[in-house]
Design a binder for this molecule. Structure first.
Ligand code: FES
Length: 108
C-alpha cells in the first residue's frame, strides 16, 4: 500500500447486481468505474486509456470479465485493466475493493 492510500466509501453494495456497472467520482476527482460479476466487484479508472470515453457508458461482458469502450470498442479486463484488443494499448488503473456494512469501499 502506498503512503496516503485510504479506503473511500463508494456506493451501497446492495444496489449493484451482477452485470451492473456504476460510475463513482472520488473526493480527489478520480473518475472510477465499479462493476460486479457474480460476487466479485471490480474498480478501475473510468476513462478509456485510448481517448476520452466514459467506460460506464460502454458494455460489460460477464463471461469475458471485460468492459468494452463505447467509442472504439477496445475491451479491458476488469480484474487487471489490460486491454484485449486495439486501439487501446495502455491498461486501466485498477483499485482494491472491499465490502463492509453493505458499502463498497475502494482503496484510493
Ligand atoms: S476511446 Fe476507448 S478505444 Fe478509443
Amino acid at each position: 500500500m502506498s503512503e496516503g492510500s485510504e479506503w473511500v466509501r463508494a456506493v451501497d453494495s446492495r444496489s449493484l447486481k451482477s452485470g451492473d456497472m456504476v460510475d463513482f467520482d472520488a473526493p480527489d476527482g478520480r473518475q472510477i468505474l465499479i462493476a460486479r460479476i457474480g460476487d466479485r466487484i471490480f474498480a478501475t479508472d473510468r476513462i478509456c486509456t485510448h481517448a476520452y470515453a466514459d467506460l460506464s457508458t460502454g458494455f460489460m461482458n460477464e463471461q469475458e470479465g471485460t468492459v468494452t469502450c463505447p467509442l472504439h470498442l477496445s475491451a479491458f479486463k476488469l480484474e487487471n485493466g489490460v486491454p484485449q484488443n486495439l486501439p487501446a494499448k495502455e491498461p486501466l488503473r485498477t483499485y482494491k475493493v472491499k465490502i463492509q456494512d453493505n458499502s463498497i469501499y475502494i482503496l484510493l
